[in-house]
Design a protein around this ligand. Structure first.
Ligand code: FES
Ligand code: FES
Length: 135
């Protein structure tokens, strides 16, 4: 299996690992295909709606860890609305691709970010266009 240098780099030295105490939103998603789990914590500025910090915990394969690392990097500094642009496709592109059998791993990052945004929206009565309730 061929992994890109960027995937190996993010897997070997993942960014934003950990938890955020009193996070604005938390999302946990399980991958139906492999049973792996990812949890995302968001720290959101109440006024600007900018994601000030994002951390993750992943029980999963190397590709899941690399995508979490990249996806959390990509949402930090964005507003909650702009964070919707961080799709699994965008994350995979930023990582210079993933082997086809590992594409499902990248879904975890998108889904858990959406779940954390949903959690935030529910608590704060905010609406993000295009955001759907997590399954
Ligand atoms: Fe769980 Fe990939 S199947 S680590
Ligand atoms: Fe389970 Fe990658 S094999 S997330």
């Amino acid at each position: 299996m061929q992994y890109s240098d960027k995937v190996i780099e993010h897997f070997s030295n993942p960014h934003n690992v950990g938890e955020i105490e009193n996070a604005s939103g938390v999302g946990t998603v399980g991958n139906a295909k492999c049973g792996d789990i990812m949890r995302i914590y968001l720290d959101i500025d109440e006024d600007t709606k900018i994601i000030k910090d994002c951390k993750f915990k992943t029980f999963g394969c190397g590709a899941a860890i690399a995508t979490s690392s990249m996806a959390t990097d990509m949402v930090i500094g964005k507003t909650i609305y702009e964070a919707m642009e961080v799709t699994n496709k965008a994350v995979m592109e930023a990582l210079d691709g993933l082997p086809p059998v590992k594409v499902h791993c990248s879904l975890l990052a998108e889904e858990s970010i959406h779940a954390a945004l949903w959690d935030y929206c529910k608590k704060h009565n905010v609406d993000i266009p295009g955001l759907k309730e997590p399954k």
